[in-house]
Structure formats: structure tokens, C-alpha cells
Design a protein around this ligand. Structure first.
Ligand code: WTA
Length: 576
């Protein structure tokens, strides 16, 4: 892009002085050591993420400050101070200790966005166990894969959600306790737990939490994060999200995804910030209502949500007073220029794009309050991070040219491991670089521009879905012989999931009404077995799938065909 549209920043317009005064100055000096003194370390150099988020505020004015302003889907509300969360999470830590949970054990949470989730998550981290988060849209297969691979011994869930694992429970010998948090027995058991607890003295490399995330091939992998990540989570929340003590902050991401954990629990609370959590579904009017009611000042959301709001126009805003808003940021998928322009029109300020991944553990690349925005760009690397654009062999790509977006390993929140899969972990690194799987380019001012994925990972409404999981779910259906799944560009959702399906008996579904019925049946089938968000919105029945001579489905060709593009190099293709 020769002349990108630039939104310049006028320091006089800042309602509050940004935490990061000068990007260039910060980027020119080492960062991590200077911030370490602001966190609470145990004697001997230990650190615990949850202790830093909650317990270290005890005995300070933050103890009595509101940490969580919670609103349920029926408008029911609750609020908790930092002191409340310290006591409640201690009760969970004591409860887990009573079950025999020890440092390193895996404790999984399969919960809607209710206050218990926050207390159980923090309590788990305090025991030194590894918290695993399961998105509440997951169904049997997705749950089974994750619980089996992690060898989780405890699962917190609700009576409603627990039915999804009842059928597979017998096949999970490590899962000793399924705790239904709304059962009267548990409610009384937890209330009897002491509310003090001595946080386990974890060390920086001890594992804190894990999330299963999708790649192109195979089942999702367990990306594990260590307590050391606290350093980067803390500093990025301060410099990128620009959180200040009086802010009311709303991160719209679900804790089933990495953003909802790092920037929807840990980082804001490490900074002692009051946070809004909404347990209900996305709805423009409800969202505007929440921004207004809670006087939200800093809002971290995602492009799909912004585009959905945009689709309703500015009319619904006319009756709202959103004057408390002062800073907007976005993550998870490309933030298109229209969405930024719309932010300026609707809220009087731009959304600031940020880039990171489950594996990176914290924001790696961002737009900052003081830095001009080149709209459409992801911004610049976080100070202290070395980014690069490289060829597949690790050599540098010149500015202006597309290549692999990569980082020099060793940033504080870099994943600690891929659960029991060293080979997968090693596969991320080439010639001294961590290779992200994204394609991008850098301009001569050092701004980075996202191009796309280098693999077949799908981003639908900002949620990461692996095509293999969806293909596997589809072939479980008795009528399906084979399936190839791609992300198809979509104006609102970024991408939608599209499946190409080869039927066992295509003759049975010749009539349009029969194939339409089967399409619906397959969609419901994936929703019920895999996950509510991972079903194919489009299904096309075809005679055969393009495959390599070794039998791998060539999704690239399905995508090119779908997009009406040339299909490129077919030298490895089986006759098609
Ligand atoms: C994509 C989410 C463009 C990217 C925190 C990355 C983005 C994947 C952006 C990670 C952005 C994230 N612009 N693409 N600002 N942010 N992505 O693991 O492809 O769910 O590799 O982490 O989302 O998704 P994940």
C-alpha cells in the first residue's frame, strides 16, 4: 500500500496521559527487567499468576475495590471486590487440595461465564495445578479429546453442561472428579472451606494454564503457559490497553479462548482494574446498554463483533450516552479499515488493532495510544519483542515483501510446551525464530501488515477452528464418505466454515429437497458432536476431493476453486 490512511494522535486530545509516553524510547531499551519489580515475587524468585492478580492487593487500598462487575444473560447482576475474590478463590484452592490435587495436576473448567469460573480458575492456579479451559460451546467429541489428552483429574462444570460428558466419562480413567458447581452438595461443600490459603510457591517455569488450539492437521494441541507470562501480560495491559487505576474495563472475549484468560482475567486484575463481565450472548443493544450502564472506559473486543455492530448503523447509538469510553482495542482477526473508520464515526475514536496468538501468551504487536495508526496495519512489535518477516529457511525478507511473521524466542509469555508433544513444539521454530503461521509484510516505517495464514487454520468470528476436527466430525455421519473443510471469506465473520462432502450414496440425495435436508442434518450433527461454533455454514456435495498422491486432502485447491482463483501448483496432486 503506497499511501495508507493515517489517524494521527494529538496529545492534547488524550483524556488521560498514556502509560507509554514514547514508543520509540521504550522500543530502544530493554523492558522486562524494569517491570519485574512491580510484580510480587516469592523469596527465591518464585511467581504465581493468581497471587499477582488477586492476593498481592490484600492490605492495599485495592483490596476493597470492585474487581468484577458481573451481569448474567437475564440481566441479573453481582459484584465482587478483590478481597472477595481472594477469599473465594482460597475456598476453591482448599477444596481442590481436599480432593488431593497437587502441583502439576490438570484441573479443567467447562463452565459458562459465571463468577464461579473466575474463582475456580484463580483457586486452581494458587494450588500450582494447571488450569485447562474448555469453551462452553464444546460438545462430546471436542471435550473428550481435550480431557483425554490432558489427563485432567478434576472437571468443574454445571449440571446442564455435564450431560455432554456423561457418555464418554467411562473412557476417561484419569478424570476422578466431576464437580457440578450448581449442585446443592457442592454449594454447601465450598461454603464450608476455609477462606485463607497459602498460595503454592510456583517458580516462573511452572505451568499455570493450558488451552487446546487448532492447527491444520490432527487433533487440537494443548498449548501450555507458565507463570512467568505474568510479566508480559502485565506490561502489555498497561502499555497497549493503557489501563489506568480508575478505568472500567470490558474485554468481550470468553475465557474458553486465550484473550478471555489473559486480558479477561489475569492482566487487568494484576493492575487492580475493575472489570465488566457479561455472561449473555452478543446483541448490539445489550452491548451498548452495558457500555453505558457500567461507564466502560476501555473496551477490548473483536472485529466480527465490531462488524456486527456496524451492520446496525449508528442509529442505536443515538439514545445512548457512551461518553465514558476513552480507548478501544481489537484482536483475533484482521481489523479492516471500514471497521476502524466506523469506530471513529460511532464512538469518536478508532479501534486499536493488536496481534497475538494462543501460543504467544500475550500481545506481541499492537497499535499504541501515542503512535499514529496506519489503518489496516497491525502496528508495531511490543517494546522488548523482536519481530521479523522471514523466508521458509529463516532468511530475512526485504521490507515491502510478504513472508512469514516470526519472532525471536524468549519473550516472557512464550508457551512453555505443547502438552506431551515435543515434536509439535519444536515444529514452531526455524533457524532461531518462532514462526507464527501468519503471512505478513513490514513497511519502511516498521509497521506490520497482516496478509493471511500460511496454513489451513480457520478463523470464524475470531474463533480458531482446525479443518481436521470438522472433517473428522463430518465423516462420523453414516452418509459421509469424505470431507474437506476450508475457511471461506465472509464480510461479517471474517471467514465461515465451508465443507465439501463426498457422499457414500450420492444417488439418494439427487433431489434438491433431499440434499437440503441432509445439509441441515450434517450441520446439526457437527453442532451436537463437536461444537456449536464449529459447524459448516455451507456444505457442497462433490464427487471427489482433490488429494495429493500420498492421499492428503488439498484444501488449498478447494479454496482456490471456491474463490474462482487459479489452482496453482498441482504437481503433487493426484489426478483430479
Ligand atoms: C489471527 C487470538 C490479523 C492470526 C489472540 C493468529 C489476527 C491467530 C490478529 C491466533 C490481528 C490474531 N490481525 N489476524 N490483529 N490477531 N489474528 O490463537 O491468524 O485464537 O495467528 O489467538 O488469529 O488466534 P488465537
Amino acid at each position: 500500500m503506497e499511501h495508507p490512511e493515517i489517524i494521527s494522535k494529538d496529545p492534547k486530545s488524550f483524556r488521560i496521559k498514556p502509560n507509554l509516553a514514547s514508543y520509540d524510547e521504550a522500543a530502544a531499551s530493554p523492558q522486562w527487567d524494569s517491570v519485574k519489580s512491580e510484580l510480587k515475587w516469592f523469596d527465591g524468585g518464585g511467581i504465581n499468576y493468581a497471587y499477582n492478580a488477586i492476593d498481592r492487593h490484600l492490605g492495599t487500598p485495592v483490596e476493597s475495590k470492585t474487581a468484577l462487575l458481573w451481569e448474567g444473560d437475564r440481566g441479573d447482576t453481582a459484584s465482587f471486590t478483590f478481597g472477595d475474590l481472594a477469599r473465594l478463590s482460597n475456598q476453591y484452592a482448599n477444596f481442590l487440595t481436599g480432593l488431593g490435587v497437587k502441583k502439576g495436576d490438570r484441573v479443567f473448567l467447562f463452565l459458562p461465564r459465571i463468577p464461579v469460573l473466575y474463582c475456580a480458575f484463580l483457586g486452581t492456579l494458587k494450588t500450582g495445578a494447571v488450569a485447562g479451559l474448555l469453551f462452553s460451546a464444546f460438545q462430546e467429541t471436542a471435550l473428550f479429546d481435550r480431557l483425554e489428552n490432558s489427563g485432567a483429574s478434576v472437571l468443574f462444570t454445571t449440571t446442564e453442561l455435564s450431560s455432554r460428558i456423561s457418555k464418554v466419562r467411562d473412557k476417561l480413567p484419569n478424570l476422578k472428579h466431576i464437580v457440578t458447581v450448581n449442585s446443592p452438595d457442592f454449594v454447601s461443600a465450598i461454603s464450608r472451606q476455609p477462606d485463607s490459603y497459602a498460595c503454592v510457591r510456583t517458580v516462573p517455569d511452572d505451568y499455570a494454564f493450558m488451552l487446546y488450539t487448532s492447527g491444520t492437521t490432527g487433533k487440537p494441541k494443548g498449548v501450555v503457559h507458565a507463570h512467568r507470562g505474568a510479566v508480559q501480560a502485565y506490561l502489555t495491559a498497561r502499555w497497549v490497553l493503557d489501563l489506568h487505576p480508575d478505568d472500567i474495563y470490558w474485554c468481550t472475549a470468553d475465557p474458553g479462548w486465550v484473550t478471555g484468560i489473559v486480558y479477561g482475567i489475569l492482566a487487568p486484575w494484576m493492575l487492580g482494574i475493575t472489570m465488566v463481565v457479561h455472561a449473555g450472548r452478543f446483541d448490539p443493544d445489550t452491548w451498548y446498554g452495558l457500555l453505558e450502564k457500567y461507564h466502560v472506559t476501555v473496551w477490548y473486543t473483536a472485529p466480527t463483533a465490531i462488524r456486527m455492530l456496524m451492520a446496525k448503523g449508528t442509529e442505536p447509538l443515538k439514545t445512548r450516552n457512551l461518553s465514558s469510553l476513552r480507548y478501544l482495542a481489537s484482536v483475533g482477526e484482521p481489523l479492516n479499515p471500514e471497521a476502524i473508520r466506523w469506530g471513529v464515526k460511532a464512538f469518536g475514536m478508532p479501534f486499536h488493532d493488536t496481534w497475538w496468538q494462543t501460543e504467544t501468551g500475550s500481545i506481541m504487536m499492537a497499535n499504541y495510544p501515542t503512535l499514529p495508526i496506519k489503518i489496516g496495519s497491525m502496528g508495531k512489535p511490543f517494546p522488548g519483542i523482536t519481530a521479523g518477516i522471514i523466508e521458509d529457511d529463516g532468511s530475512a525478507v526485504a521490507d515491502g515483501k510478504e513472508g512469514n511473521l516470526a519472532f525471536k524466542p524468549g519473550w516472557p509469555s512464550m508457551m512453555a510446551t505443547v502438552w506431551q508433544n515435543q515434536k509439535k513444539y519444536d515444529s514452531y521454530f526455524t533457524a532461531g525464530w518462532y514462526v507464527s503461521g501468519d503471512r505478513a509484510w513490514r513497511d519502511s516505517d516498521g509497521y506490520y501488515w497482516f496478509v493471511g495464514r500460511s496454513d489451513d487454520v480457520i478463523k470464524t468470528s475470531g474463533e480458531r477452528v482446525g479443518p481436521f476436527e470438522v472433517e473428522s466430525a463430518l465423516v462420523e455421519h453414516p452418509e459421509v464418505a469424505e470431507a474437506g473443510v476450508i475457511g471461506k471469506p465472509d464480510q461479517v465473520r471474517g471467514e465461515i466454515i465451508k465443507a465439501f462432502v463426498v457422499l457414500k450414496n450420492p444417488m439418494k440425495f439427487q433431489k434438491p429437497e433431499d440434499s437440503a435436508k441432509l445439509t441441515e442434518e450434517l450441520q446439526v450433527f457437527v453442532k451436537k458432536n463437536l461444537a456449536g461454533h464449529a459447524y459448516p455454514r455451507e456444505i457442497e456435495f462433490i464427487d471427489r476431493l482433490p488429494k495429493t498422491r500420498s492421499g492428503k486432502i488439498m484444501r488449498r485447491i478447494l479454496k482456490a476453486k471456491e474463490m474462482g482463483q487459479p489452482i496453482g501448483d498441482t504437481s503433487t496432486l493426484e489426478e483430479y
